[in-house]
Design a protein around this ligand. Structure first.
Ligand SMILES: [Cu+2]
Length: 282
């Protein structure tokens, strides 16, 4: 009985971790100055700004906190998409102090990258959270005044095109961005029924170009190849000559060196030309 309980306890303690361990990067960040925070595990915050008011903001209007998830599983409800955030649209009052907790549920790298912020306060106009998942990372920014719509996306190659795109409206925003899953229409709408010539014609009309010069070959017209062109008389004569002459030459050249063969062929050619000239002269 004692032995059994020792075995059970031992196996419980040494239970393997079934999935990759979730990492919380918030406590491990090193401050590199200018709002650039990094940790050894590859978590990164750029444009972190919890203190400085953007020009035009007299005070922080509101303090807000959001948690945004990123991952493949959130894209499953959007046909044709591969990666998305769990939220596609955000809206806050101007001059809001916003803390974003970004949770990457995938085992690859994702970003929550916001563009178009004032460059005197945010390097390259960006506020940027990035982490290889599954992990969490957090950062804070103070939103500028005025009504504007900001692009939020993941800049890892093809992740935005595959669905990781959102918009953040400050105030009323200033319009909508295209191709945000479930929020706005795609710029290029996929259509699986259209034929290629129809698609070309449509694209030309939309681009306001002259009619396309497309050679459409009708499928039901048989293509006739003249027999002549495939097997010309000259080819037949050449083949016949080759078939007769080659064995003769092989017999003749047996035991000869390359130089001897070459000089023999030159002599042969010479005599052929001479006899041809003689024939013409007659
Ligand atoms: Cu991504």
């Amino acid at each position: 009985m004692k032995l059994v309980s020792v075995i059970v306890l031992g196996s419980l303690i040494s239970l393997p971790t079934f999935s990759q361990e979730f990492q919380d990067h918030d406590g491990m960040l090193m401050n590199h100055g200018d709002g650039h925070l990094m940790d050894m595990a590859g978590g990164m915050v750029m444009g972190n700004n919890p203190d400085t008011l953007p020009g035009g903001c007299e005070k922080v209007a509101e303090t807000k906190e959001i948690t945004v998830h990123a991952g493949h599983k959130y894209s499953e409800k959007f046909p044709g998409k591969m990666f998305t955030f769990d939220t596609q649209e955000f809206q806050f009052k101007p001059c809001t102090k916003l803390t974003v907790h970004f949770i990457n549920d995938d085992s690859i790298r994702h970003q929550w990258m916001m563009h178009g912020l004032p460059k005197y306060l945010y390097p390259k106009g960006m506020f940027h959270l990035e982490v290889s998942g599954p992990a969490k990372i957090s950062g804070t920014l103070i939103l500028p005044p005025g009504d504007k719509t900001y692009l939020v996306h993941c800049d890892i190659a093809q992740h935005m095109e595959k669905g990781m795109k959102a918009q953040l409206k400050v105030g009323k925003g200033d319009g909508d961005l295209p191709s945000i899953p479930n929020v706005t229409a795609n710029i290029v709408q996929d259509d699986y029924k259209i034929t290629l010539p129809e698609l070309l014609e449509k694209a030309h009309k939309e681009a306001d170009l002259p009619e396309p010069v497309v050679a459409v070959v009708p499928v039901n017209v048989p293509v006739v190849i003249k027999e002549e062109s495939a097997f010309s008389g000259v080819t037949v004569i050449g083949l016949a000559l080759g078939l007769f002459v080659t064995p003769m030459l092989v017999r003749k050249f047996k035991g000869m060196t390359t130089m001897q063969i070459v000089s023999y062929l030159f002599d042969l050619l010479n005599s052929m030309i001479e006899s041809a000239i003689k024939k013409i002269k007659q």
